[in-house]
Design a protein around this ligand. Structure first.
Ligand code: TRP
Length: 694
């Protein structure tokens, strides 16, 4: 009788209700005045529990289960998270329901395995993940089991997480007999008689305009408010999937009391939220960029560069001083130009590659007949690479062409697993995830146009054996203290982190590639400056790995780049978890245009008049800065800079500069996509095959 799939909302007067809703003694002694009657009517109404229609009641369970599983909330025990009472909005708007889940303080971090999103893009990702999780749960169509137990037993057996806020302050819990519904790992207590139906065929949409996430730095409370809309694609003819078993005690899995993601959608959500975050923090992550006396802070007070964060304007001159590298001077550039078969790359003309170690020594030796090879790498942390990731590879390709030299590219899938990997009770460690990303990222790297006959790409996971003799020598040469001091690790770091630097160091020695390179070749490493700590360490022990005749005592030479600024601007705080901070190599022309128009930080003025009078601040203007990276023509860049800085000519306004940037990037990204689309897994295997390079 209880399982009507399509019955209208019913009013169900309960025998035992929340004491808050029971008539008070004072009320009972009221006279029969008009107010008293009104009061009685009110009290009667309050006593009535309005039951949701079965589809809404069932969808509520599905949505709550999905939310709990995706965010990885504990479902039993403790007082982790309270749901608000289920709101009766279906009375006004059929097939809808609303509730909120409160997750304690800050970003729900103390309970949830996936911290609540702070940006609107991440919130969208949460809704997407939820909808997809709801579909998965409805498809799996587990039986909803219902039992009736005293409130006090529910709390005792399962903790108070199963209760909603209307039960949270009940005085005499023994007098209340709510029904406890179970769907998967979710347990929800509700007033008796809630008419659940089968979950099968129910589909749920999140009404995004009326759902929200309250979390973030300022709010003290973390809360998710959800309005959902139900449709039943095929109402199940056998709603008896939901079972009522009075007095039955449900078994709970021990892991239900832990913060643990229980659905793939949760893992995907977490990864996708972190990917973007990682992309901007990764360069400095794992590298205590500034070892030494001060705590990693460089430059003025508001500039921070350390393992955890990068913010403020980066003072590159000071960074170079602290690192102990050298500024790429006119002199060095001139000898570089003399040795190279190509004119200076725009990255060199515009000081984007700006610092080095022993580049002049390498060039001197080149003149004396020494040979060198190039070494660079990528930690495959996300499948979609962005423009910033392209910089070192574009430059390395130029170096290969300019010097006609061999190149080895290290894919540190091991590194990313050690730093970012996850363990899941069911599926174990996700090491394969990073091995797969290696293949995907390798395609983007190959698409940069390297010379196949001169390039060897390798994954640490498969090639490490050949490098092993060098790795053990480096381990033997480095103390744990020197590694910890350089990278900011300590005794609580997993031991893989402490072992890893030797693995990034090893490719700096030609002897790590016995069948690929000639022994004792010199090595030049193009990389972003944050990678320098690895090679400082390498250079310190290098003499122990080569023969005495090595012209640089085994030390690799380096050439360092500056960071590529995020769309929101290099001066402000990096919006690390915002997908709109970057242009991905997979973005469509429309997305590129939208991101730049909406998000590229402008150094232009508020009004047209001011802009005409004062011109833009080029240093903080992201569109102009990005053009410095990608617009080849010096004259044009110069013209744009002049116009924009003075508020005159063709490029007087932000709009005009943005339009030019959009053209340049659409071109670049579309061409990249075309080249990448042609690269197969089989091709990648060929590039990753050890073979003698010319
Ligand atoms: N650690 C680098 C990263 O996280 C990858 C890398 C390995 C690398 N070897 C390198 C980068 C050599 C530059 C040069 O991206």
């Amino acid at each position: 009788m209880r399982f009507f799939a399509t019955s209208p909302p019913t009013t169900h007067t309960t025998m035992t209700t929340d004491p808050k809703q029971a008539p008070s003694k004072a009320e009972a002694t009221l006279s029969t005045s008009a107010e008293a009657i009104e009061e009685k009517v009110k009290a009667k109404k309050a006593k009535a529990v309005i039951q949701a229609p079965p589809d809404v009641a069932t969808a509520y369970l599905i949505v709550r289960a999905a939310l709990t599983s995706v965010l990885g909330l504990p479902v039993t025990g403790g007082n982790a998270c309270y749901a608000s009472a289920f709101q009766n909005i279906f009375l006004k708007e059929p097939h809808t329901g609303k509730f909120s889940l409160s997750l304690g303080k800050k970003r729900g971090e103390e309970f949830a395995a996936v911290p609540l999103p702070e940006s609107s893009d991440d919130t969208t990702k949460l809704w997407d993940a939820l909808e997809s999780a709801c579909t998965a749960m409805a498809d799996a169509a587990e039986a909803i089991r219902v039992t009736q137990l005293p409130l006090s037993s529910i709390v005792q057996l399962y903790g108070s997480t199963a209760l909603d806020s209307s039960y949270s302050k009940v005085k005499n819990p023994d007098q209340l007999n709510p029904e406890l519904a179970q769907l998967g790992s979710l347990l929800v207590a509700s007033p008796p008689g809630r008419p659940y139906c089968s979950a099968k065929g129910i589909s749920v949409r999140i009404d995004r305009s009326q759902s929200s996430v309250t979390a973030g730095k300022k709010s003290r409370k973390a809360e998710v408010t959800l309005k959902f809309v139900v449709s039943q694609s095929q109402p199940d003819p056998e709603p008896s999937l939901a079972q009522l078993e009075n007095g039955v005690v449900f078994e709970v899995h021990p892991s239900w009391s832990m913060s643990e993601i229980r659905l793939d959608q949760g893992h995907e959500l977490k990864n996708s939220m972190e990917e973007v975050k990682q992309d901007f923090t990764a360069p400095l992550e794992a590298t205590n960029a500034v070892p030494g006396q001060d705590d990693g802070a460089v430059g003025d007070d508001d500039m921070v560069v350390n393992v955890e964060s990068v913010s403020g304007k980066i003072d590159y001159t000071r960074l170079v001083r602290q690192f102990g590298s050298s500024i790429l001077t006119e002199d060095v550039l001139r000898s570089f130009e003399a040795a190279a078969a190509l004119p200076l790359h725009r990255f060199l003309r515009r000081s984007i590659f700006f610092s080095h170690r022993d580049l002049h020594t390498l060039l001197d030796n080149l003149a004396k007949g020494s040979k060198f090879y190039l070494y660079t790498g990528r930690g495959p942390s996300s499948s979609a690479m962005h423009l910033g990731h392209l910089i070192p590879f574009l430059f390395t390709k130029y170096l290969q062409d300019a010097f006609g030299v061999p190149l080895v590219i290290q894919m540190t899938d091991d590194e990313k697993f050690i730093f970012k990997g996850e363990y899941d009770e069911e599926s174990g460690y996700n090491l394969e995830h990073f091995q797969h990303l290696t293949i995907e990222n390798a395609k983007d790297i190959i698409a940069c146009g390297f010379d196949f006959n001169k390039t060897f790409i390798f994954s640490d996971m498969d090639y490490v054996g050949t490098m092993y003799p060098n790795i053990v020598k480096i381990w033997k040469a480095c103390t744990v203290n020197s590694v910890n001091g350089c990278f900011g690790f300590d005794g609580s770091s997993n031991s893989g982190k402490i072992a890893f630097p030797a693995i990034q160091a090893a490719p700096s020695f030609a002897s790590s590639f016995p069948n690929v390179l000639q022994a004792d070749m010199l090595c030049l490493i193009p990389c972003a400056i944050d990678q320098d700590p690895y090679f400082r360490l390498t250079r310190d022990v290098a003499h122990k790995l080569v023969s005495k005749s090595h012209p640089l005592g085994g030390k690799p030479a380096l050439i360092h780049s500056k960071f590529f600024p995020p769309l929101q601007g290099a001066m402000g705080k990096m919006s690390s978890s915002d997908e709109n901070s970057a242009i991905f190599l997979t973005d469509t022309p429309q997305v590129i245009e939208r991101k730049i128009k909406q998000h590229a930080f402008s150094g232009g003025r508020e009004t047209k008049e001011e802009q005409r009078e004062l011109g833009a601040n080029l240093e903080v203007d992201v569109s102009y800065q990005w053009l410095r990276f990608f617009l080849e023509d010096d004259e044009e860049l110069d013209q744009i800079g002049k116009d924009y800085a003075t508020g005159s000519g063709t490029y007087w306004s932000t709009g005009a500069v943005k339009n030019r940037l959009i053209e340049v990037l659409k071109d670049l990204v579309m061409q990249h996509q075309e080249r990448r689309a042609k690269i197969t897994d089989e091709d990648v295997r060929k590039w990753m095959q050890p073979r003698r390079l010319l």
